[in-house]
Design a protein around this ligand. Structure first.
Ligand SMILES: *[C@@H]1O[C@H](CO)[C@@H](O)[C@H](O)[C@H]1NC(C)=O
Length: 177
């Protein structure tokens, strides 16, 4: 019932603005309708979340969370998980088209060893709570931070605004200068 109402509200706006709004925002409207039954304190869940959490990668510049700059916490998008993963303080614009962070929350994620191709393809990053696939970690992050780049699928994340239930950066995440 609630989802239907939101679709009805969005439909006229989407029809009017379909030419002027960038594609990411139109997709956001669809995601909002799809996630309307979920935790109201979280940003909408992407319809692509299931595919990504199982190991897929969303297209570059696909996620609305690329542009999310508010203070808060990015949490796991898997149903029933919602584990706090990345604090907003560690988010930065890597220009890659995927939400990027220079550190994760303490004990929030696991990172595999990547094998001999890790320099090219990164090391796989998973949610420590549910083992859902989040993205990859590379070693070309900002040099004034950890030097790491956590390149994370926006579809694997949801954003919780505000300072409640924080993912706190791990101890080694302090900027080096
Ligand atoms: C790192 O340097 C960039 C560019 O000067 C700056 O925008 C950013 O805030 C710095 N990050 C941290 C964590 O100090």
């Amino acid at each position: 019932m609630r989802a239907v109402a939101i679709i009805a509200l969005l439909a006229p706006a989407a029809a009017l603005q379909v030419r002027s709004r960038p594609p990411a925002l139109r997709r956001g409207a669809v995601a909002l309708a799809a996630g309307a039954d979920d935790d109201a304190t979280l940003s909408p869940k992407s319809p692509m979340a299931g595919m990504v959490l199982l190991g897929g990668t969303e297209p570059a510049f696909w996620s609305d969370l690329n542009e999310e700059t508010r203070e808060g916490t990015f949490v796991c998008a898997k149903d029933g998980c919602n584990a706090p993963l990345f604090p907003s303080e560690t988010k930065y614009d890597s220009g890659t088209g995927w939400p990027s962070f220079w550190a994760a929350g303490k004990d929030a994620i696991t990172v595999d060893d990547g094998g001999f191709l890790s320099a090219m393809f990164g090391r796989e990053v998973k949610c420590a709570s549910c083992a859902g696939h989040l993205g990859h970690r590379f070693d070309d992050g900002p040099i004034n931070t950890t030097g790491k780049r956590f390149c994370i699928n926006g579809a694997a994340l949801r954003f919780r605004e505000g300072l409640g239930d924080r993912a706190l950066p791990c101890e080694d995440a302090a900027p080096s200068s």
